[in-house]
Design a protein around this ligand. Structure first.
Ligand code: GLU
Length: 501
């Protein structure tokens, strides 16, 4: 890329208080593209919608991007005096200056329409099943009229003057050559009556002044882009390269929204997903590496990333795939419990059982084996409660198929005696299984008639890890195998009560 301008991408979120999954993807692609071509990755805060401001949101955003390793080269936290400030609300004089230029060039105009008039217009258009649009009432006001109104301090907005005919076209790096009929574009507002610019205007001014070469953002902005192109033309500025990313869809193929489930990255972190997995999963939303391997770190993504492999069709957000990728990353990282967010999440879910850490460490591999991933940890966690508190269950659960209670009781008594005679080192699931099965055979018990009541005595559940795995955990836990033996005793006495009935 020698001789060409330095690549500059920007991530331009609105500070809404959380990071949307789609925004993280945009930030990732901005980062990948900049890193791939030795460019700069800029963070700009688009806070011109004053009603949506959330205190602390900017700091939170910077923190979370850094946690994911997507460190912006410039931004409010690291300003370059050539481009600062990086927060739009601090750049108002610039937008006003450029809006005036547009008015002078007849590419924008003052509009004095009252809210009430606009409201009626909207209702009429709705009744006529027309898309809402401005009717051009102030478009051709004479200069004298405009001056008179301004002199009276009348409230105004500034609107973009879209040509009534012709087409606006541009090339998108992903979507190719696009054409839009100007007659379908609305004379929308560029500067509001409070003096704040709207997104469509501010992003053009800033992308130009910040020398952004590539505008990477979600497909939902594809249809606003012709308005931006018209503004670049009106100013006589070179437009950046546009690069839109496909929509992210939920499993019903609707645009991913709060209705579809969690959309905040913070929620996924809270659930215990690994950052590496989230980033890896998100990279595949619309980008296809075209390799059998899909597990990539951030630096591997930089290496492999190619714009040509970005797809146009919407990308489905499939939580099962996220779970799968998380599992692969868990294997790759082989984390210690303290560094594992899923372990910490499991610990939080066990808050009613203090002092659980040692036991949880023993049980955790079983949890990982049985859950789909962080997505179902919370709902599945109760299945493991029996490790932390005495289970309550109905005595009938001890009876496997049509096993008479007296027989179940006898089997448990024999098993208990046998287990009580074993040494601590015998309680390794595989070795224990061999020993116990040999004993069961020697005693002439049917395997199911022995192991079912044993497992239920220990877990109180119809479905649970096997008795050997459970016994290994108990033997290694601080309370020792005694807990298990007590539970078998309890089951024996419950069976005695049934036999009496
Ligand atoms: N502020 C816009 C957003 O929140 C940025 C869109 C763009 O990248 O141009 O998504």
């Amino acid at each position: 890329m020698t001789g060409q301008k330095k690549i500059r991408t920007r991530f331009a979120p609105s500070p809404t208080g959380y990071l949307h999954i789609g925004s993280l993807r945009t930030a990732l692609f901005d980062y990948l593209f900049a890193r791939k071509y030795g460019g700069d990755f800029v963070l700009r805060i688009e806070d011109t919608d004053r009603q949506r401001l959330v205190p602390g949101a900017v700091e939170n955003l910077i923190k979370i991007l850094q946690e994911f390793g997507l460190k912006p080269d410039e931004g409010p936290h690291k300003p370059d005096p050539k481009y600062a400030p990086y927060v739009q609300s601090e750049r108002l004089p610039l937008y006003n200056k450029y809006a005036k230029t547009l008015v002078e060039r007849q590419m924008a105009y003052y509009c004095f329409c009252a809210t009430e008039r606009l409201e009626n217009l909207r209702k009429q258009q709705e009744a006529q099943k027309q898309p809402p649009h401005y009717d051009g009432f102030c478009r051709d006001l004479s200069a004298t009229d405009v001056q008179a109104k301004l002199a009276q301090n009348a409230e105004y907005v500034i609107r973009q003057r879209i040509p009534k005919t012709g087409v606006t076209e541009y090339d998108d790096l992903v979507y190719g050559h696009l054409q839009f009929k100007n007659e379908l574009l609305d004379d929308s507002i560029l500067v509001k009556s409070d003096g704040y610019p709207v997104y469509n205007f501010a992003n053009v001014v800033d992308d130009h002044l910040m020398e952004i070469t590539h505008v990477i953002r979600g497909e939902e902005f594809l249809s606003s882009t012709p308005k931006h192109v018209l503004l670049y033309k009106a100013f006589g500025w070179t437009q950046p390269v546009f690069f839109h990313l496909p929509l992210i869809l939920d499993e019903k193929r609707q645009k991913l929204s709060k209705r579809s489930g969690d959309v905040a990255v913070e929620e996924y972190l809270k659930k215990g997903y690994l950052k590496e997995a989230i980033l890896n999963f998100i990279s595949l939303l619309g980008w296809n590496p075209k390799t059998a391997d899909e597990i990539f770190s951030l630096s591997e993504l930089v290496e492999r990333f190619e714009v040509e492999k970005v797809n146009k069709p919407g990308a489905i957000f499939d939580v099962r795939k996220l779970d799968f990728i998380d599992r692969q990353w868990r294997k790759r990282l082989n984390l210690k419990s303290d560094d594992d967010p899923l372990f910490r999440r499991a610990q939080t879910l066990l808050k009613d059982f203090p002092g659980n850490r040692k036991v949880l460490e023993l049980v955790y591999p079983q949890i990982l084996e049985r859950i789909a991933g962080p997505s179902d940890l919370e709902e599945r966690m109760a299945e493991f409660n029996f490790y932390f508190k005495e289970p309550r269950y109905d005595a009938s659960l001890l009876l496997w198929k049509k096993l008479p209670s007296a027989q179940a009781k006898l089997n448990l008594q024999k098993l208990k005696r046998f287990l009580a005679g074993l040494k601590p080192e015998d309680f390794i699931a595989t070795a224990l299984e061999a020993k116990l099965k040999a004993f069961i055979a020697e005693q002439g018990m049917a395997t199911g008639e022995a192991l079912w009541p044993l497992r239920v005595a220990l877990s109180g559940q119809k479905n649970s890890p096997g008795p050997f795995e459970i016994l290994e955990v108990f033997a290694k836990s601080p309370a020792g195998i005694k807990i298990a033996l007590n539970r078998i005793d309890k089951a024996i006495s419950m069976l005695s009560d049934i036999s009496k009935d």
